[in-house]
Design a protein around this ligand. Structure first.
Ligand code: KIV
Length: 271
């Protein structure tokens, strides 16, 4: 599969229909070809090429260091592995918070050079002009409210957001503005479940939650977290579906033993 743009089976329109029909939306992150191929074949609806690549792929403490070129590299690798799912690529920190023209240029580069289907931006009213400018080019935009990791230095930690009335009211206001601007979905990260449900009921576009309870239209998890590759991250909202850290460690230990003992390769494993 090339990075040539093509319309995949899951579209932004299909996601809206899923909300209308009460069908939950499954979303997961991926950053490379092989993982994307697996999650796509497993039936996931949306693949997010998250800037969490900065954490799980590159080992950074925050998502801030990842560049536009690096996001395009990850997204184009993912796109080559995907047949069915909608591929959304995060716009990295610093590529859209300034003037709308820079935001549009960054989004156009992502679409042209990676073949992704949509972009995701963090923030509300403060980035609305950039969102609107990107939408004028026909590029679908997914919004992201609540805990927005690119603002970690402002928040001072990764705790629950919008616990207080003022922040909750701003979030509801922002979600409405983003929907009116034309965003096709809104990610709600680490906010009280009751607030996420309220936002979901007030919007016609789908909400996708992470640490936001069961009342959203869909759920997203970071693939390394839910597969248990990442041992050091255990927030309450995370359900681990596998313990790949243990499986992978044992497999590599076994390989090391076999190489050291001369058991690998055997006579059937050579030419
Ligand atoms: O970068 C990312 O993985 C994300 C999800 C946590 C929503 O933005």
């Amino acid at each position: 599969m090339s990075t040539e743009s093509k319309v995949r089976a899951v579209t932004t329109l299909r996601l809206k229909q899923m909300k209308e029909q009460g069908e939950k939306i499954s979303m997961i992150t991926s950053y490379d070809y092989s993982m994307a191929k697996i999650v796509d074949a497993a039936g996931i609806d949306v693949i997010l090429v998250g800037d969490s690549a900065a954490n799980v792929m590159a080992g950074h403490q925050t998502t801030l260091p990842i560049t536009l070129d690096q996001m395009i590299y990850h997204a184009s690798s993912v796109v080559r592995g995907v047949e069915r799912a909608l591929v959304v690529c995060d716009m990295p920190f610093g590529t859209y918070q300034g003037d709308p023209q820079t935001a549009l240029n960054s989004a156009v580069r992502i679409m042209k050079e990676s073949g992704a289907d949509a972009v995701k931006l963090e923030g509300g009213e403060e980035i609305l002009d950039s969102v609107k400018r990107i939408l004028t080019a026909g590029i679908p935009v997914m919004a992201h409210l609540g805990l927005t990791p690119q603002s970690i230095h402002k928040f001072g930690g990764y705790g629950l957001r919008a616990k207080e009335e003022a922040e909750a009211e701003k979030l509801i206001h922002d979600a409405k503005l983003l929907e009116e601007a034309g965003c096709f979905a809104v990610v709600l990260e680490k906010i009280p479940a009751a607030l996420a449900k309220r936002v979901t009921e007030s919007l016609t576009v789908p909400t996708i939650g992470i640490g936001a309870g069961a009342g959203t239209d869909g759920q997203v998890l970071v693939v390394h977290d839910m597969l248990g590759i990442n041992k050091g991250f255990s927030p309450k909202f995370l359900r681990r579906y596998a313990d790949l850290h243990t499986i992978m460690t044992e497999a590599v230990e076994h390989y090391v033993e076999d190489v050291k003992s001369g058991d690998f390769p055997n006579e059937n494993e050579q030419y």
